[in-house]
Design a protein around this ligand. Structure first.
Ligand SMILES: Cc1ncc(COP(=O)(O)O)c(C=O)c1O
Ligand SMILES: N[C@@H](CCCC[NH3+])C(=O)O
Length: 382
């Protein structure tokens, strides 16, 4: 169904984020329908969107929480996620963040280096606790996505490299306040080539067998997130291909009896339910280009400026059938503050309301106050 705003929101000051919670609920239902019969548990990666009404629906659907900062652990607790359903990942956890998560007795730390394991061991001992850890490995699997959001290659800072793994596992024997409970990998985001998850599964199978040979049985595996969405046709494909995603792991990941397998999805859960609404402030014609200058910019949605990402743009005020190309830009003092070049829109003018689609993930959370901009408000429907 094409995006439209309810009449009372037509006078809402712009820019603002709009979240369709009914679509979020349908997405969560489809996700659980694909995950549960196959025996997978889903955590939601809070980094994609941390708004409490969004988190409430996600928690109600039975997902756990994947956090990458002390702030996210706190937000997950505030949203009512049980500590036993929270994991804490991240390549640079501070002592204060680790202490907070230890005190909350979260389920698991996904650890990314020997030094982190040593610090975690010390801090857990000081609190008189044992910390459950999963080793985040860098499996050197190419996710075939944008280089800035690829995380599972040797060149990336994330995870323990496979060559270091034997030394890390040896070290664990001298860290009495840690309990190894699992293996974790996350190879990247906005992945649309699902075969890479088969490759990841095969790497994890080999590593699991190797760890068992070292005497470590793993009650838990975490295969990360990364499932991509359709930014080009959000109306045709509002719900991502959860069936295809889970069936890859079902077919290729060798699970042990009773083993828990987690996925941690962010974008696929929340991207399509969010839209950034903005008004055209000015039209401007240069020698070659017709610009539509919006009141939203890279401060509200950074993805196009940061990665050259495509977001579908609609003019909600103009019904003309004929279209012409516009460069749709923001008001920020950066040339990269551009939502799209040569975007085909019906005749557009000052005051028109514009929808920038698929902005529910990594949109509002990545906003900034650059140019002393005020934070855009969020409104919820459904
Ligand atoms: C460790 C980890 N887990 C989960 C995610 C969520 O990824 P996505 O939003 O692509 O599902 C990310 C982000 O890429 C991540 O870094
Ligand atoms: N911020 C990225 C995704 C990064 C995922 C976190 N590792 C995006 O907007 O696509």
């Amino acid at each position: 169904m094409a995006f439209s705003l309810s009449p009372e929101l037509l006078t809402q000051p712009t820019p603002f984020y709009h979240y369709d919670l009914a679509l979020l609920d349908r997405t969560l239902a489809a996700l659980q329908q694909a995950a549960r019969p196959r025996g997978f548990q889903t955590h939601y990666a809070l980094k994609a969107n941390v708004n409490l009404p969004v988190l409430a629906r996600i928690k109600a659907a039975g997902l756990g929480a994947d956090c990458v900062s002390g702030g996210e652990v706190q937000r997950a607790l505030e949203a009512g996620f049980a500590p036993g359903h929270i994991v804490f990942a991240g390549v640079g956890k501070s002592d204060a963040e680790i202490n907070l998560a230890l005190a909350a007795d979260i389920w698991c730390f996904n650890a990314e280096s020997v030094e982190e394991l040593q610090v975690l061991n010390g801090l857990a001992g000081a609190q008189g606790r044992t910390a459950r850890v999963a080793l985040r490995v860098n499996p050197n699997v190419d996710a075939h996505t944008h280089p800035h959001i690829t995380t599972g290659l040797e060149a990336n800072k994330f995870g323990i490299s496979l060559t270091d793994l034997p030394a890390v596992v040896t070290q664990l024997a001298s860290l009495p306040n840690l309990e190894l409970v699992g293996l974790h990998a996350h190879i990247g985001s906005q992945i649309t080539r699902l075969s890479v998850f088969a490759e990841l599964s095969q790497k994890l199978n080999e590593l699991q067998s190797w760890l068992e040979d070292q005497g470590h049985q793993l009650p838990h595996l975490n295969v990360g997130g990364g499932l991509g969405i359709d930014y080009v046709q959000p109306d045709e494909h509002p719900i991502p291909d959860f069936e295809g995603y889970f069936s890859m792991f079902e077919q290729h990941l060798v699970r042990r009896p009773g083993q828990q397998v987690h996925v941690e999805l962010g974008r696929a859960v929340v991207a399509q339910c969010g839209t950034l609404l903005s008004r055209v402030l000015y039209m401007k014609q240069s020698q070659q280009t017709r610009f539509a200058i919006l009141d939203a910019g890279m401060t509200e949605l950074m993805r196009p400026a940061l990665y050259g990402s495509y977001h579908h743009i609609q003019n909600l005020s103009s019904a003309a059938a004929e279209t012409q190309p516009y460069d749709v830009v923001g008001p920020i003092c950066e040339s990269s503050d551009t939502f799209g070049k040569a975007v085909l829109l019906p005749s557009t003018q000052r005051g028109d309301l514009v929808a920038i689609r698929s902005a529910g993930a990594y949109g509002e959370v990545m906003s900034s106050g650059y140019n002393l901009r005020e934070k855009a408000v969020a409104v919820y429907a459904g």
